[in-house]
Design a binder for this molecule. Sequence first.
Ligand SMILES: [Zn+2]
Length: 417
Amino acid sequence: MPLLLTHAAQLLTLAGPDRARRGAEAAEIGLVRDGAVLIAGGKIVAAGAHDAVARQAKTLREVEEIDCRGKLVAPGLVDSHTHLVFPAPRLDDFERRLRGESYAALAAAGGGIAATVRALRACDDAGLAAAARAHLLELRAFGVTTAEVKSGYGLSRRDEPRSLAAVAAAGDTGVETVLTYLGAHAVPPEFAGRRADYVALAAGPMLDDAVSAAGVEFADVFCDQGAFSPAEAEAVLRAAQARGLKLKLHAEQLAWTGATQLAVRLGAVSADHLEQTQPADHAALAAAPTVATLLPGCALFLGTPFPPARALIAAGAAVALASDFNPGTCPISNLPLIMGVACTQMKMSPAEVWTAVTINAAAALARADSRGSLASGKRADVAIFGTDDYRAVPYFMGANLCEQVIAAGCPRTTCKS
Ligand SMILES: [Zn+2]
């Protein structure tokens, strides 16, 4: 049945071109007071001033209405960077890090990424699917309707495809998922001292297994000091590109390596993290379609420097925000909290952070043409918040103001249609 959202105190349409917004455009969120949205067949029919949209609804029979008086209606949020297939938290790491132990000390004690790899390999398929489902539902509770999910805790031909298959096995959560192969996340213990062999596996047979088993769409590499070098990353990414995958890259989180410019050179859809980027990197991103995806939850959790959002925006880069939800460095599934942190710690404006989790995040998943704004013909992914001012969402940091999510036109919690 068609659906009409009536009399929203504020409606954010993000109307405009179906691409990432840069510079001053990033603050243009298409704010409409007393707004309405008309949905039919899982798509947006119209979104804008209430009376005009309501008139259009009168031409349809049997329209279900949702009263949005006093509410904020926005595009469903897009979380374009998560590692949410993990079966257990890393609470020992958490406590050790608070005592001042280094990552090397954590790893020596059996912690770090290797701990999650052990846990994932020991977890059966049903357990992994249950973990993926629980984490997707957490995202959805905060207003997310599209999420990227990476592998990277399997690190073997058996377990990388298994971790991606867990996302499909999670069933209908109302969150549309986009899968990314991150076989080059860490060198697993059984390849200690044989990293070249592992890179060859990640760029060859394991990549093939992941692609054929799971319908993966992107490839990513953790390119950083202590992880994979730009040359190793390039080998894996070129192999992925040759198999038809689009690219992402973990770039410049811990140290400057040149990864951002590698991402631009390879035509990556996004370069993610960027804490240690320099002006030349910002200029490269400004001149490229590659979206700069910032993950300030990591800096918040670890107490490390925040990414330079203002410099990136000033240079003309397209900035997206994502949670980086993962058990080691950012156990935060609350994307509105990330929006608040980006405001207070990175001085992004409330309007800019809305753009960064909607149309720009959709662009970071090569989906700006189908979601990220409330425009006619787009997927009807809508989040309704219990506030009459869009600035309240980043302001009430840690609170969940999201009251309802509509996924592909369905207002129910879980829905097959
Ligand atoms: Zn990440």
